[in-house]
Design a protein around this ligand. Structure first.
Ligand SMILES: [Zn+2]
Length: 246
């Protein structure tokens, strides 16, 4: 059972929203094994705590993330941990995920990001091992990523270098996914659900483009057509209550 001792100074409204965010993040973790994106305890999902979603992300400087070293079957809302934007534990019985510093760095430097996901999904990670961007050769890539899926720098775990690499790469890109070199994909979204969707989609396009490559060279899409597909998809689907494409 989780102690709220670390949060006694927070107003009730914040505590209620923390509870809701724990619930949402715990449920979304189930999507990672469901889509075949993780093995053992690898991978993690986080989401900012939004007390007033209308005022946008970042109002409370807290986020909820997976605890370190817990299997997917054991994840519950209570086992999730709450951290501040420096990655320090605020509430929870376990140590936060070893990727917490990277998530915290992204939230500190990208105020509109409300969710972050990291996996070592096979095909996306294979492109990361090659340090090769996934070329935008599918209309679904233009829709979702607005271009190639970029590669971020090589970075060792343990300081801000992974977070810095994610932010530096994604700031100049329309893509919500970055392939961290020799490591794997990190994805972002306005909330954790959008970031999970990006993690599923990046694995799907990594696999499809890989298969296409086995058949021969792929055909590029003209940059103007990529722009047009991206604008239409983000406008038409981005405003809808559900962003699932038909
Ligand atoms: Zn990793």
């Amino acid at each position: 059972m989780s102690s709220e001792a670390g949060m006694t100074t927070y107003p009730r409204q914040v505590l209620e929203q923390v509870a809701r965010t724990r619930e949402a993040v715990a449920q979304l973790h189930a999507e990672l094994p469901r889509w075949g994106l993780v093995v053992w305890t690898a991978g993690n999902v986080s989401q900012r705590v939004l007390v007033d979603p209308a005022s946008g992300p970042g109002v409370d400087d807290l986020f909820v993330i997976k605890p370190s070293g817990v299997t997917y079957d054991e994840l519950t809302p209570e086992s999730m941990v709450v951290c501040d934007l420096d990655g320090a534990l605020v509430d929870g019985d376990r140590a936060p995920s070893s990727d917490t510093a990277a998530h915290a760095y992204v939230y500190r430097h990208m105020p509109t990001v409300g969710g972050v996901v990291h996996t070592h999904s096979t095909y996306a990670t294979a492109w990361a091992a090659r340090a090769e961007p996934i070329p935008c050769v599918l209309t679904m890539m233009a829709d979702e990523f607005g271009g190639d899926v970029p590669v971020g720098p090589f970075a060792l775990i343990g300081d801000d270098s992974i977070g810095r690499g994610i932010v530096e790469t994604l700031r100049g890109s329309r893509s919500p996914a970055v392939l961290m070199r020799n490591h794997g994909p990190f994805t972002i979204g306005r909330d954790a659900r959008a970031a999970v969707k990006a993690a599923v989609m990046v694995e799907e396009v990594a696999r499809t483009v890989h298969v296409a490559r086995q058949l021969g060279p792929t055909a590029p899409i003209a940059p103007a057509d990529i722009d047009s597909l991206y604008a239409r998809y983000q406008h038409v689907y981005g405003q809808a209550p559900t962003e699932d494409r038909s």
